[in-house]
Every structure is written in C-alpha cells, then in structure tokens.
Design a protein around this ligand. Structure first.
Ligand code: FAD
Length: 552
C-alpha cells in the first residue's frame, strides 16, 4: 500500500457536533423557559436535551432521512393494504419524542398548579429540542397535540382522547380498541381548496343513524402528512355546509376505512415523514360540532398548529446556528479561528440575534396559550399567533442559507444536517398559513376583534420604555393602524413590524444589553439592510456569540 506523503486529513479538522446537551448548552432557551413559566420542566429538559444532542440520536435522524418512506398500496396477492413503510430509525425518533409526551403532555390530567400553568411553555421547549433532531418527525407530534382540543369538543370521541393522552408510541396498524396510543393527522388541503376552504369538494352524507354523528365521506385530500396516523381531522361538505370530521384509518372491526393512498408526494423537504394524496371512498367520519361549523370547530387546532410551527422553525434555526458557531470555533482559516475573524463573527452574531428573537417570540406566545383565560393573554394569543408564525417561519430560510455559507461547502453535503434543515424550514412557512394568509388573518382580527390589537399595542407601548428605536417602531405601527383604508397593502409591513417590535421589547426587558441593543438598533434603527452581517461594528459581538455558543 502506498502511503500519501501528506496527511490527507490535515490537522485540526472540525470535530463532529454531537454529544452536546442541546438544553444545557442553550442559555437563551433556559432563560426563556423560566421567564415564561415553564421552569418546573427544567430537570426533564436537561435529560431530554442530552438525548436529543447525542451522537446516537443524530445518527438516527440522518438515517431516517436517508431512507425515506415507501408506499406499499397492495400486498403480494393484490389486496389493498395502503401502507407507508418507514425506516426503523424514524419510528425510534417518534418513540423518543412520544416518550417525552410532546404529542399530549399539555392535555394530560394531573400536576401541580405551577406545572399546569406552564405546560404549553414547557412542552414548547421540548418540541424546540426535538425539532433540532429532525423536523419531519415533529409533524405528527404537532398535529396530534393540535387535534386534541377539537376532538375534546365531542364527548362521544372520549375514547380517542384517552388514547391520545396515553403514554408512548404505538406504530401498529390497528383499530382504536387494539391500540395503546394514537397519533392524529389533520388534512384539509384539496387540489383547489388551500387558503380558500370553501372550495372543498369532499362530501359527507349522514349515515342516517339515530345518534346522527356518523357520516359517509367521499372525496379527495391533496396533502395528508403522516398517513400512518390512526385518524385524521378533515373538512367535508355536509348538507348543512363545511363541517369537521374525525376519520379513523380503521373501523372498529379492524377493517380499513376507505382511505386509499394514491401516491406519496416527492417533496422538497421533511422527507423522513411521508405526505400522501388520498382518495376517500365511503369512509366513516364522526361529525365534531355541528354541520356548517367546520372552520370554527377547527380553529383551535389551527391556532395550536401555528404556535407549534413557530416553535419548530425556531428550533431548526437554533440547530443550524449552533452548528455554524461550533464550526467557526474550531475551524482555522488564515492562521486563526474563523470566529476570530471580525467579518465572520459579525455574521454569526447577527444570525444569533434573530434566532434568540424567534425563540423569545415563540415561548412568549406559548405562555399566552397557557393563560388564555386572562383577557390580556387571550388578546396576545389572538393577534400574535399569526404574527409570530409569519415572522419566525419566514426568516428561517434566509438564516439557514447564511449558516450554510458560514460552514462552507461541507454544509451543502448531506452528511451535515444543514442542507436537510434548509429544505425543511420552507415547508413550515407554507403549512397552516402562508405569509399572505396570515397577513389577511391579522386584518380580519383588526376588523372583527379590534380590542385584541388595542390591548397588544397598549402592552407593547408600556414595554418600549425610554428606548427611542422601540418608541419609533411603536409609533410606525400605530400610524399604520390609523389608516384603515390603506391596510390591505400594508398588512405585511404591519405584521412584520409587530413581530420585530414585540421581539425587541422582550429582548430589551430580559436579555443582556449586547443582544437587545444589537437587535433593536439593526432591526428598528434607521439603517436599511438586506442581508446578514452588517451594521454591528459598534456592537459587542463577542458577548452575543458567547451567549449563543453551544459550548460556552
Ligand atoms: C410538506 C407539506 C406538508 C403538508 N401537509 C399538509 C397536511 O397534512 N394537511 C393539510 O391540510 N395541508 C398540508 N399541507 C398543505 C399546506 O397547508 C398548503 O400548501 C397551504 O395551505 C397553502 O395552500 P395552497 O397550496 O392551496 O395554496 P393557495 O391557497 O392556492 O395559495 C397560494 C398563494 O396565494 C396566496 N393567497 C391565497 N389567498 C390570497 C388572497 N386572498 N390574497 C393574497 N394572496 C393570497 C397564499 O398566501 C399563497 O402564497 C402541506 C404542505 C406541505 C408543503
């Protein structure tokens, strides 16, 4: 064997980013958790952070992605089985996160007052960690969690709820009665019915039984994520209008319930998890609420999903940032560590500001879900759910692209998770509210529930204190709100302005000056920037990076 005259590995290659406790190494997360009322979960999150950051789990995440799900419509004899086969690594990820009760913790009974009040926040912190492992496996967790309040509206569906909140993960394809735990999907998207649900063509006819709750559904769903879930919330046109149904995958006798998988989508991202097109043929569906109230019945599920997608997006950004900082702390370029090069440290610090802002907004929103009976929290939840989802999900692709550049060519290769996360985050902004949909939702809230905006603006007004930039940002939003006739075209400015102002006030009140000064001056100051790594020459970027570093 000939030996290379030079070491092909060179010296000082960047060590793998693994076996890092994703919770204990994240100062911003620990502080936000306590600040927003989830401190009781600290201990279990330390343990979960260790698991999520372990080399073993990261390897499983990579494997689940490398061996995407496969569709098997028929068995060897030609019988329909409508099954999606996942690599065992995918099931192991779901076992891990269901074991942490991310699909059901909020709805489980018991716990002391403090833990009951901070459940959404504590669970959101857990989801933030799980999303750093793999975004795809989070989707069934999010949908199941979000489906619970809608299922709870219909007392006859209590058996579903009790299996939903039971511990663990049960991947078996079986009727409810034979399952230990269940996962629920949410599928409303049809070929022509996206933002406009009134275009739904799937029909639901009453089965004509005395209790009147069973309907027969026929139609089609164009995006159905996690098709191996045990049941799905779906909208369909009943005689009385658009209505919400729970459609199980199997009937009580174990027979398939007419959900025919047609093909799996060849999606840009979230490839570990499947997304199917399905035809419904004489499927049983259980009406939730009343005929014609479908969108209202589903509204809580939609709110919960929007919160979750913000959390997952923030987690995905944190994972990418941590990888980029880790790289810069270990990679030597031109005789010194990359992080010691001022241009690089400015870029990373700039990214860190948005990542911390995204986390702050997401956990602040989770707290408003915990305290929704309080009118001020309810107003925050109402207005800031679409606002947070808009901003947090929209900034993610740009952050991912920049972190890829920070790490360089290796990040464009699939062994590192950045290329995968880059693809994944685009789905999060599409799902359950694209940008315009969310902006229009905010306009709708201004028209129908103007008091929500008044309360939020009042709260933000108090929080700006004597910060001139925050004060000016608040005044700009107030001016937009004062001109209702031009709101249509200014809805996106309004939504983005609200998100950045809210994030700025949280950072100003709770984070070190280096972070809050940097964020507020560059996001609300007079300078216009299009890309990261600018206008922070005056800032304490070293302090920002010490805080954001996964190893400090
Ligand atoms: C990976 C993935 C998984 C998914 N899984 C699911 C799932 O499990 N269940 C499910 O139900 N859906 C799922 N979806 C679908 C997703 O929710 C839809 O893509 C989304 O609702 C947008 O609907 P649409 O594609 O029909 O776009 P459209 O509604 O046609 O919108 C297209 C564009 O027009 C804009 N627009 C719409 N109305 C207006 C208006 N009045 N004014 C200005 N602009 C407007 C929108 O903002 C958007 O930018 C998934 C999507 C992806 C990418």
């Amino acid at each position: 064997m000939t030996k290379s005259p030079v070491s092909v590995e060179g010296g000082g290659l960047v060590p793998p980013f693994e076996d890092i406790n994703l919770f204990s190494s994240d100062a911003a997360l620990q502080e936000a958790l306590t600040r927003e009322g989830g401190g009781h979960a600290q201990k279990s999150l330390v343990a979960f952070g260790l698991v999520c950051g372990s080399a073993d789990v990261m390897e499983r995440a990579r494997t689940a992605e490398d061996y995407p799900p496969r569709l098997r419509i028929f068995d060897a004899q030609g019988r329909r089985i409508d099954r999606v086969e996942h690599h065992p690594a995918y099931h192991e990820l779901l076992e891990m996160s269901c074991g942490e009760r991310l699909q059901c913790e909020v709805w489980a009974e018991g716990g002391d007052t403090a833990s009951a009040q901070g459940r959404q926040v504590a669970r959101a912190a857990g989801l933030y960690l799980a999303s750093q492992v793999n975004v795809g496996h989070c989707l069934p967790l999010c949908m199941t969690h979000a489906a619970a309040p809608t299922i709870a509206m219909q007392p006859e569906l209590a058996p579903w709820l009790s299996k939903l909140v039971s511990h663990g993960y049960d991947a078996r394809a079986a009727a409810l009665v034979d399952k230990r735990a269940v996962l629920i999907g949410v599928s409303n998207q049809e070929k022509n019915a996206g933002a406009d649900r009134s275009a739904t063509v799937t029909r639901a006819e009453p089965a004509g039984e005395p209790d009147g709750r069973r309907y027969i559904l026929n139609g089609h769903k164009w995006f159905l994520s996690a098709p191996m879930s045990d049941a799905f919330l779906m909208l369909a046109q009943a005689p009385g209008g658009l209505s919400c149904f729970l459609v199980p995958r199997f009937r009580d006798d174990g027979e398939a319930n007419g959900i025919h998988l047609q093909r799996l989508k060849d999606t840009l991202g979230v490839r570990a998890s499947a997304c199917a097109e399905v035809e419904l043929i004489e499927s049983d569906g259980w009406l939730i609420g009343e005929e014609g109230e479908g969108e209202t019945v589903l509204s809580e599920t939609q709110m919960q999903l929007r919160l979750d997608l913000s959390v997952v997006s923030a987690g995905a950004m944190r994972r990418a940032l941590a990888q980029a900082i880790h790289h810069a702390e270990n990679r030597v370029v031109s005789g010194k560590l990359l992080i010691e090069h001022p241009l690089m440290s400015q870029v990373l610090a700039d990214l860190a500001l948005d990542v911390e802002a995204a986390l702050a907004l997401a956990l602040r929103l989770a707290r408003s879900f915990d305290r929704a009976e309080d009118s001020r929290a309810a107003a925050w939840r109402r207005l800031m759910t679409p606002v947070t989802k808009y901003w947090v999900c929209k900034i993610a692709p740009a952050i991912l692209a920049e972190t890829i550049e920070c790490v360089g060519g290796n990040a464009y290769v699939e062994e590192l998770p950045l290329a995968r996360i880059y693809r994944d985050v685009v789905a999060l902004s599409l799902w359950e509210g694209t940008g315009n949909e969310l902006a229009l939702e905010v306009l709708h809230i201004l028209q129908r529930e103007p008091e929500a905006a008044e309360i939020v603006m009042e709260e933000l007004g108090k929080a700006v204190g004597d910060d001139a930039y925050l004060e000016a940002a608040h005044a700009r939003i107030a001016a937009i709100l004062c001109e209702p006739r031009r709101l249509d075209l200014r809805a996106r400015s309004l939504v983005e302005g609200l998100a950045v102002l809210a994030a700025g006030t949280i950072l100003r009140a709770h984070t070190p000056a280096a972070v809050s000064d940097g964020f507020i001056a560059t996001r609300m100051g007079s300078v216009t920037r299009q890309t990261y790594g600018q206008e922070l020459d005056w800032a304490d970027t070293a302090a920002i990076l010490r805080r954001a570093s996964p190893t400090s």
